[in-house]
Design a protein around this ligand. Structure first.
Ligand SMILES: [Zn+2]
Length: 251
């Protein structure tokens, strides 16, 4: 398998996962042109489009791709039905096409119908988990998003987090504000800053790294709780998450 990351719009990533026979799946095509160019340059044969949620910067390229490949199946949650999805998928569904086999995980929070596609070690999680951060709560509750992140945490440590945005540096600035004395967070900030200065991507990340540097996966940390004004262990972890997410929204 070969994983290809295509930068799109201002800070989106479109993902391609390709097998040995040059068949590939396209995940969250924000736009069609850069995908069509990569397909042509490598003589890849598209097998399917996978959509994580209905936002325009994840589905905008569907019409353009279908124009070139009218038979291409498009898998997505119910909320993408009018954004080009031809197959509606739910929790535990498996998408088998060619040598690919993706398990669907429902991850509400950023939107109510948000899903991810998992084929070990790849997790295409759209706008749910970012490196150092998580998606905004546009439709779901903090409790829903917290459970969605816990679901991701149940995957193996070597899971590759293929998220849809390059937000790492600004997320790490926030992480430094929340846990100023954490050396691992400080080092990761410096590392990702350097990558971005050299115009390199910080994504994919892996779950093992995220467990150490992502404050949204560390709501149990008593220093984190103290630093955002919560008396340690005085509330549920999903309530800590809610306050942390609200603090990030204002940051
Ligand atoms: Zn979104």
């Amino acid at each position: 398998m070969e994983l290809i990351r295509i930068p799109a719009l201002s800070d989106n990533y479109i993902w391609l996962l390709c097998d040995e026979n040059k068949h590939c799946v396209i995940i969250d095509p924000a736009e069609s042109e850069p995908v069509i160019d990569i397909l042509a340059a490598n003589q890849f044969i598209p097998a399917a489009i996978l959509l994580t949620h209905h936002h325009h910067d994840h589905v905008g390229g569907v019409p353009g791709l279908l124009k070139q490949h009218p038979e291409l199946p498009v898998y997505g949650p119910e909320e993408t039905q009018h954004k080009g999805a031809t197959y509606i998928v739910h929790e535990h569904d498996t998408i088998n096409t060619g040598s690919f086999s993706f398990r669907v995980m429902e991850l509400p929070g950023h939107t109510l119908g948000h899903i991810a596609f998992y084929q070990a070690p790849y997790l295409f999680c759209g706008d749910t988990l970012f490196s150092g951060g998580c998606g905004r709560l546009f439709e779901g509750t903090a409790e829903q998003m917290f459970s969605s992140l816990e679901k991701i945490l149940s995957l193996p440590d070597d899971t590759l987090i293929c998220c849809a945005h390059e937000y790492t540096v600004s997320n790490m600035k926030f992480a430094k504000a929340v846990l100023p004395n954490n050396q691992i967070i400080h080092d990761y900030y410096q590392e990702t800053l350097k990558l971005r200065e050299n115009n390199q991507a910080t994504i994919p990340t892996n779950l093992q790294t995220e467990k150490k540097i992502n404050v949204f996966l560390n709501c149990h940390d008593i220093y984190l709780q103290k630093n955002i004004g919560i008396k340690p262990n005085s509330m549920s972890l999903s309530s800590v998450f809610q306050q942390l997410r609200a603090y990030k929204d204002r940051f």
